[in-house]
Design a protein around this ligand. Structure first.
Ligand code: NAG
Ligand code: NAG
Ligand code: NAG
Ligand code: NAG
Ligand code: NAG
Ligand code: NAG
Ligand code: ZN
Length: 926
C-alpha cells in the first residue's frame, strides 16, 4: 500500500484521490450542543424522584466532608517507603470462630511529607489486636521521636484505621507503624480469600488473593492507592507440605513450630517499588511446570491433576515467545526475576496481572487439546498476552489514579493482539480486534448515556465508582483509540514513544498526558499534536460518523447516535467533533462507472463511514462481483456500518440488508460473524411472537451458510457458526443430529463422541430439544467435570432448556455456592436470560432479590435487558430504578441508564422496521 499523507480539509476529496491510499485528518463543522433542549428533561416530579440523583456514585461530590477520614482519598501528608508483612492463612476451620481465618503482622515504614498529628491508613474487615491499648504501635526512625497515640479507631465507611497523635509527625522524618491482626479467609473472592476444590475425593483449600482495585486493605493495613508505591518484604507461614507463592522469588524456606503447630515459613525477596493492588499471596498444594526463557524463571501452576495431564503446557509454550516479543516491543527487559502464572478454581475476573504472580480463572490459563475447543485455546493465548503486557505497562509504570484506568486496560487490550500474533503467527488474530473490541464498544458508545474514556480524578473516589471504571468503554474503546493512534503514528514510532515513557517513569506513576508527551517527542512532524488529536477521543464520549460524498467531494462528521432522537445532555469541550485520521482506498479507474471509494481502511480509525447513495451502490456492486478486492476487515465493517446506520435512520434498512447479499460467496469468518451479530439483533427483537418471520430470516441465511458448510477450507469458527445458526433457526436436520449425538453420549457417559469445537452448540441444542433427562444428565456431567472449559460449556448449555421449572430451579442453583461457584453466578443468570423462555424468569428473579449491587449488577442488567423492546418492559425497568433508588445501583448505575436508553431505542426500532425487514426477507427467499 502506498504511504499515507495528511491533507487539510480544504483540499477536499478531489485532491485526495491521487494516491491509492491516503490519510487525512479532518475537522468538520461543530455539531451544536443544545443545552436548552435538555434543561427540562430531568425535571424532578416529586421528592422520591429527587432521591434518584443522590445514588452512592454521586453523593461523594455533593458535599465536602470536614474530617480527613470522611474523604475517600488519603491525605497527602504521609508516603509509604516499605512494608514488612507476615501472613499466616489457616486452611482448616478455626475452632473458636467457626471461620477460616488468617493472622498477620505488618509494619509500614513511611515518610512524613507535611507535619501532621493524624495517621489515616486503609484497613477493612480486619480485627486488630490492641498494642498498648491502641490499634497500632508507632516508632520513630533515624532519631525521630514518635508522638504518643491519643486515640485510634476504625472508620468503617471509608475503610480506614485512624490514629490521632498527641504531638506532630515532622516533615522529612520517617516512622514505623506496626499492627497485629486477624481476618477471615472468606470465599468472597476479594482480598486474601479461599478457593476450594475436590481432588481424589477430598476437599482441598487454597488461600489466594485479589487486591485490585481496593482489597489489599482487607489483607493488611496499607496505604491502598496505586500511587502509594513501596517495597514489600513478604513472609508467608503455611502448613507443611504446601507451597507458598508471592510476587518475588522465595529466598528462604524454614520449618518451625509455632504454638505447637508445625509450619513452614517462606520468605520472599523484597519486591520492586510497586502498588498495593498488584500484590499476591497464595498457599496451595499445587504443582507446576517450568521453562527458562532468557534467565526469567517461567512457571505455570495449577491443581496437581491439571498439571499432570499437561493442561498448563500450552500457556507455557506461548509465554516464552510473548515475553520475548514484549521485551523487544517495549525495548525494555522483563523487570522481575521470575514469572509465575497460576490457575485458580475460584476467581472473579478473567485474570489479574499481579506483578510476577499472575492469577487466572482455570478457563483462561489451562488448555486440554483432547477436550477443549479452538476458542478455548484462543482465549488462553489472548488472556496470557494481555496480562504479560501489563508487566510493563501498568505494573512497572502505573497510572496515578483509577480515573485513568482506560489507559492501562485499553493499552493491554490493544497489545494483547500483537503479542498473541507473535506467538501464533498463522492465526491472523489481529483481525479479531474488530469484532471483539471495535464493534463491541461501538454498540455502547453510540448511546447518549455513554461516558468519556477519561474521567476527572475527583469524580472517581469510592470503591463502587472505581469498580464502575472496569467496563467495556475502558477496555475496548481504550484499545480501539490506541490502535488508531499506533496506526497513524506507525507502529515503530508508537513503540519508540512507549519505550521512552516506560524508561522515564519506571517504578513510578503517571497521568495519561505523560504518554502523549513521549509520543509527541518521537514524532514531531504532525499537523496536530498528539494531545490535540487524542484528547478529543478520550475527553468526549462517543465517536463520529464520517460522511463522504463522492459527487461533491465533501467530507463531514457528526456525532453518531444509535437513537437519533436521544438527547445528549453531557457537554463536551470539543462540541462533539473529532480530529479523524482517515485512511482510504479507491477501486477502479476514475470515470469508470464502477469507480468507488472506501474509507477507514482496515478499520484503523474509531468511527463509522457513510457515503452518498451512488458510492454505496458501487461498493455493493464490487462486493458481489469480486469481494476480495475489498480488504477482509472492511467487508465486515461495511456490513456493520450499514446495519447501524440503518438503526440510526441515516440510511434505510433495505440497504443494510443488501450488504449481506454477497455473503453467499464469503468464506471468511469475520464478515460472517459481523453479519450474524447484526441479524442476531433482529432475532432478539422479533423472536417473541414473530416466530414465523424469524424462521424466514433463518432459512435465508441458513441456505447460504449451508451451501458451504462442507467446504474443506472453512475455518473452524465458520463451521461452528454454521451449525449453531442452523440449529437456532430450527432446522430439523440440525435438531436430529445434535440430539442423536447427545443421546449417544448419555448411553455411554465415559465416551463423549462430540467434537470439542461443537460441544457448546450440540449440548445447548440437545438440552433445548430434550427434557428433564437430558438436563439431569448434563448437570451430572457438569458436577463431575474436572476440566474447567468442559464445565463452562455444560453450565452455559444447561440454560438452554425450554422447560420453565428447570430454568427456575437453575436460577436457584446459581445462588448456591455448593452448586454453582460464586465466580459463575452472574454469567449463569445471564445465560438463562439469553434464552427466550428464561428471560422473563431471570428478570423476575433479579428484581425479587436485588439488594444494592451485591453481585455484578452491571453485567446482569446488560444481559437481562438485551431483548427488551416493549413499552411494558421499559415501564418495568423504570419502576425497578425508582423502587431501588434508595439503595442505589453502585457500580451498575451507568449500565442501568444504558439499558433504559437501549430499550427506548429498541421500541422505536421495532415499530419502524419490523415490517420492512420481514418484507425484504420474504422477497429474498422466494
Ligand atoms: C520483618 O519483621 C520480622 C519480624 O516481624 C523481622 O525479623 C525482620 O527483620 C523484618 N524485616 C525487615 C526487612 O524489616
Ligand atoms: C472479628 O471480630 C468480630 C467481633 O468480635 C467477630 O465477630 C469476628 O468473628 C472476628 N473475625 C475474625 C476473622 O476473627
Ligand atoms: C520441612 O518439612 C517438610 C515436611 O515435613 C519437608 O518435606 C521439608 O523438606 C522440610 N523443609 C526443610 C527446609 O527442612
Ligand atoms: C508445546 O510445545 C511442544 C514443543 O514444541 C509441543 O510438542 C506441544 O504439542 C505443545 N503443546 C501444546 C499444548 O501446544
Ligand atoms: C516519580 O516521579 C515524580 C514526578 O515525575 C518525581 O518527582 C519522583 O522523583 C519520581 N520518583 C521516583 C521514585 O522515581
Ligand atoms: C464549541 O461551540 C461553541 C459555540 O458554538 C464555540 O464558541 C466554541 O469555540 C466551540 N469549541 C470548539 C472546541 O470547537
Ligand atoms: Zn488488564
Amino acid at each position: 500500500m502506498a504511504k499515507g499523507f495528511y491533507i487539510s480539509k480544504n483540499m477536499g476529496l478531489a485532491g485526495l484521490l491521487i494516491g491509492a491510499v491516503a490519510v487525512v485528518i479532518i475537522i468538520a463543522l461543530a455539531a451544536v450542543y443544545d443545552k436548552e433542549k435538555t434543561k427540562n428533561q430531568n425535571k424532578p416530579v416529586d421528592g422520591v424522584a429527587m432521591l434518584t440523583t443522590a445514588s452512592p456514585t454521586t453523593s461523594s461530590t455533593l458535599s465536602t466532608p470536614k474530617d480527613p477520614w470522611e474523604h475517600y482519598r488519603l491525605p497527602d501528608s504521609l508516603s509509604p517507603v516499605s512494608y514488612n508483612i507476615t501472613l499466616w492463612p489457616r486452611l482448616v476451620v478455626n475452632a473458636s470462630t467457626g471461620l477460616y481465618i488468617f493472622t498477620g503482622q505488618s509494619a509500614v515504614v513511611f515518610q512524613c511529607k507535611k507535619d501532621t498529628d493524624l495517621i489515616v491508613i486503609h484497613c477493612n474487615k480486619l480485627n486488630l489486636t490492641l498494642l498498648n491499648g491502641h490499634h497500632a504501635r508507632l516508632t520513630g526512625l533515624d532519631g525521630a521521636t514518635a508522638p504518643t497515640v491519643k486515640t485510634s479507631w476504625l472508620q468503617v465507611k471509608t475503610e480506614y484505621l485512624v490514629i490521632q497523635l498527641n504531638g506532630k509527625l515532622t516533615a522529612g522524618k520517617s516512622y514505623r507503624l506496626s499492627t497485629d491482626f486477624q481476618g477471615e479467609l472468606a470465599d468472597d473472592l476479594k482480598g486474601f480469600y479461599r478457593s476450594e476444590y475436590t481432588e481424589d475425593g477430598g476437599k482441598k483449600v487454597v488461600a489466594t488473593s485479589q487486591m485490585q482495585a481496593t482489597f489489599a486493605r482487607k489483607a493488611f493495613p496499607c496505604f491502598d492507592e496505586p500511587a502509594m508505591k513501596a517495597v514489600f518484604h513478604i513472609t508467608l507461614i503455611h502448613q507443611r507440605g504446601t507451597v507458598a507463592l508471592s510476587n518475588g522469588r522465595d529466598v528462604e524456606t524454614v520449618n518451625s513450630t509455632i504454638d505447637g503447630t508445625e509450619v513452614t515459613m517462606t520468605r520472599f525477596e523484597p519486591t520492586k517499588r510497586m502498588s498495593t493492588y498488584l500484590l499476591a499471596f497464595i498457599v496451595s498444594d499445587f504443582d507446576h511446570i517450568t521453562g527458562s526463557i532468557e534467565n526469567n524463571n517461567v512457571r505455570i501452576w495449577a491443581r496437581r491433576k491439571a498439571i499432570a495431564e499437561g493442561h498448563g503446557n500450552y500457556a507455557l509454550n506461548v509465554t516464552g515467545p510473548m515475553l520475548k516479543f514484549f521485551q523487544r516491543y517495549y525495548n525494555a527487559s522483563y523487570p522481575l526475576s521470575k514469572s509465575d502464572q497460576i490457575a485458580l478454581p475460584d476467581f472473579n475476573a478473567g485474570a489479574m496481572e499481579n506483578w510476577g504472580l499472575i492469577t487466572y480463572r482455570e478457563t483462561a490459563l489451562l488448555y486440554d487439546p483432547a477436550i477443549s475447543s479452538v476458542g478455548n485455546k484462543e482465549r488462553v493465548l489472548t488472556v496470557v498476552a494481555h496480562e504479560l503486557a501489563h508487566m510493563w505497562f501498568g505494573n512497572l509504570v502505573t497510572l496515578r489514579w483509577w480515573n485513568d484506568l482506560w489507559l492501562n486496560e485499553g493499552f493491554a487490550s490493544y497489545v494483547e493482539y500483537l503479542g498473541a500474533d507473535y506467538a501464533e503467527p498463522t492465526w491472523n488474530i489481529k483481525e479479531q480486534t474488530i469484532l471483539n473490541d471495535v464493534h463491541k464498544v461501538f454498540a455502547v458508545d453510540a448511546l447518549a448515556s455513554s461516558h468519556p474514556l477519561s474521567r476527572k480524578e475527583e469524580e472517581v473516589n469510592q470503591p463502587d465508582e472505581i469498580s464502575e471504571m472496569f467496563n467495556t468503554i475502558s477496555y475496548s474503546k481504550g484499545a480501539a483509540v490506541l490502535r488508531m493512534l499506533s496506526e497513524f503514528l506507525t507502529e515503530p514510532v508508537f513503540a519508540r514513544g512507549l519505550s521512552s515513557y516506560l524508561n522515564e517513569f519506571a517504578f513510578n506513576n503517571t497521568v495519561y498526558s505523560d504518554l502523549w508527551d513521549h509520543l509527541q517527542k518521537v514524532r514531531m512532524s504532525l499537523p496536530h499534536t498528539v494531545h490535540d488529536i487524542m484528547n478529543r477521543w478520550i475527553l468526549q464520549m462517543g465517536f463520529p460518523v464520517v460522511t463522504i460524498d463522492t459527487a461533491t467531494g465533501h467530507i463531514t462528521q457528526k456525532h453518531f447516535l444509535l437513537d437519533p432522537d436521544s438527547v445528549v445532555d453531557r457537554p463536551s469541550p470539543y462540541n462533539y467533533t473529532w480530529l479523524v485520521p482517515i485512511k482510504w482506498m479507491k477501486g477502479g479507474v476514475e470515470r469508470d462507472p464502477a469507480w468507488w471509494v472506501l474509507a477507514n481502511l482496515n478499520v484503523s480509525g474509531y468511527y463509522r463511514v457513510n457515503y452518498d447513495m451512488d458510492n454505496w451502490e458501487r461498493l455493493l456492486n464490487q462486493l458481489t462481483t469480486d469481494h476480495t478486492v475489498i480488504p477482509l476487515i472492511n467487508r465486515a465493517q461495511i456490513v456493520d456500518d450499514a446495519f447501524n446506520l440503518a438503526r440510526a435512520k441515516v440510511i434505510n434498512t433495505t440497504l443494510a440488508l443488501r450488504t449481506t447479499r454477497y455473503l453467499s460467496q464469503e468464506r471468511d469468518y469475520i464478515p460472517w460473524e459481523s453479519a450474524l451479530r447484526n441479524l442476531n439483533y433482529y432475532i432478539l427483537m422479533f423472536d417473541r411472537g414473530q416466530a414465523y418471520g424469524v424462521l424466514q430470516v433463518g432459512s435465508h441465511y441458513n441456505m447460504i451458510y449451508h451451501s458451504f458448510t462442507v467446504a474443506k477450507d472453512l475455518s473452524s469458527y465458520n463451521q461452528i457458526n454454521a451449525i449453531s445458526f442452523a440449529c437456532r433457526m430450527g432446522v430439523e436436520r440440525c435438531r436430529v443430529l445434535t440430539s442423536d449425538w447427545f443421546r449417544e453420549w448419555m448411553l455411554n457417559p465415559d465416551h463423549n463422541p462430540i467434537h470439542p469445537n461443537l460441544k457448546t452448540t450440540v449440548y445447548c441444542n440437545a438440552i433445548a430439544a430434550g427434557g428433564v433427562a437430558e438436563w439431569d444428565f448434563a448437570w451430572q456431567m457438569f458436577k463431575n467435570a474436572t476440566v474447567a472449559t468442559e464445565a463452562a460449556k455444560l453450565r452455559s448449555s444447561l440454560a438452554c432448556t425450554k422447560v420453565p421449572w428447570l430454568l427456575n430451579r437453575y436460577l436457584d442453583y446459581s445462588l448456591d455456592p455448593a452448586k454453582i461457584r460464586k465466580q459463575d453466578c452472574t454469567s449463569t443468570i445471564n445465560y438463562i436470560a439469553g434464552n427466550v423462555v428464561g428471560m422473563p424468569l431471570a428478570w423476575d428473579f433479579i428484581r425479587a432479590r436485588y439488594g444494592g449491587g451485591s453481585f455484578s449488577f452491571s453485567n446482569l442488567i446488560n444481559g437481562v435487558t438485551r431483548r427488551f423492546s416493549t413499552e411494558f418492559e421499559l415501564k418495568q425497568l423504570k419502576q425497578f430504578k425508582e423502587d431501588n433508588a434508595r439503595v442505589g445501583f453502585g457500580s451498575g448505575t451507568l449500565a442501568l441508564e444504558q439499558a433504559i436508553e437501549r430499550t427506548t431505542a429498541n421500541i422505536k426500532w421495532v415499530a419502524e422496521n419490523q415490517e420492512h425487514v420481514m418484507k425484504w426477507l420474504a422477497n429474498e427467499c422466494t
